[in-house]
Ligand binder design. Sequence first.
Ligand SMILES: NC(=O)c1ccc[n+]([C@@H]2O[C@H](COP(=O)([O-])OP(=O)(O)OC[C@H]3O[C@@H](n4cnc5c(N)ncnc54)[C@H](O)[C@@H]3O)[C@@H](O)[C@H]2O)c1
Length: 262
Amino acid sequence: MSLLNTPFDPAREAALVTGAGNGIGRAIAQALVGEGVRTVFADVNRDTVAAAARASARPDLAVTWVGNLADPAAREALLAEAQSSVGRVTHFVHSASPPRREADHAMAVTTETWAQMHAVNLDAGFHLSRELARKLIADKAPGSFLLLTSLHAGTPRNLPHYSTSKAGLSMLVKELARTLGRFNIRVNALVPGAIAAGGFVADPKLAKHIPLGRLGQAEDLAPLALAVLSNRISAYVTGAAIVIDGGLSLTNWFDPPDMGDL
Ligand SMILES: NC(=O)c1ccc[n+]([C@@H]2O[C@H](COP(=O)([O-])OP(=O)(O)OC[C@H]3O[C@@H](n4cnc5c(N)ncnc54)[C@H](O)[C@@H]3O)[C@@H](O)[C@H]2O)c1
């Protein structure tokens, strides 16, 4: 039997994806329903999340939820909706993130923008993970969580509210992986490079710094996201940070070698 042809068990598994209205979250949510997994598509943008569900391979398996994850009451509402619409959530993907605006540098970012970024990226990531884990632990069911961090968890981005929230999130992955491992709940980070997916307005000139020679697409991330989420493929993977960046993080102040006519 092929190892890879049944990564999920749709009879027992269901998913919740935040930020499913656009970019990377949308691609992962659509890929999950493509595998037959009932999936909650959660986003603050009603139009885009409805369109994402409609455009998926199996709209009948997609449930949309609209709300602002910066608001603790909305997070509770999302958990309740997920439980009533798809049942126990075994697979959680946290991709929602407020817009990254270049103007919000250290000397300009407002208190509100700072707080919103941390509330969505870090606070919602923590709260939703913990509450979903509580249910899995009570039911003695395995689970798999994937939190979208960033190369800028470790290097500055000129957006301190963003980079600090992602740094916090990458430590949260390690904390949760260690705490929840004994309950067979795996927690990993997906670390995208420069993905021209909507949230990041990429300068095409960046491609010359990427060993694979191009910016990434959301669809470049979905297959590996599914592999890490799958308890069949990645049963022994937790606390890992899976980098998908075409080699961007290998860039430093040296140019690649001059190899003549090779
Ligand atoms: N695109 C990249 O190059 C890149 C690089 C590194 C990390 N990431 C991370 O990957 C994730 C997805 O990135 P993307 O480029 O696809 O982002 P995106 O901006 O295209 O999508 C983010 C989604 O989150 C939703 N959202 C924003 N605020 C929300 C809120 N308060 N409540 C609920 N939903 C909300 C948006 O409506 C949007 O649909 C983000 O966490 C981002 O930080 C992306």
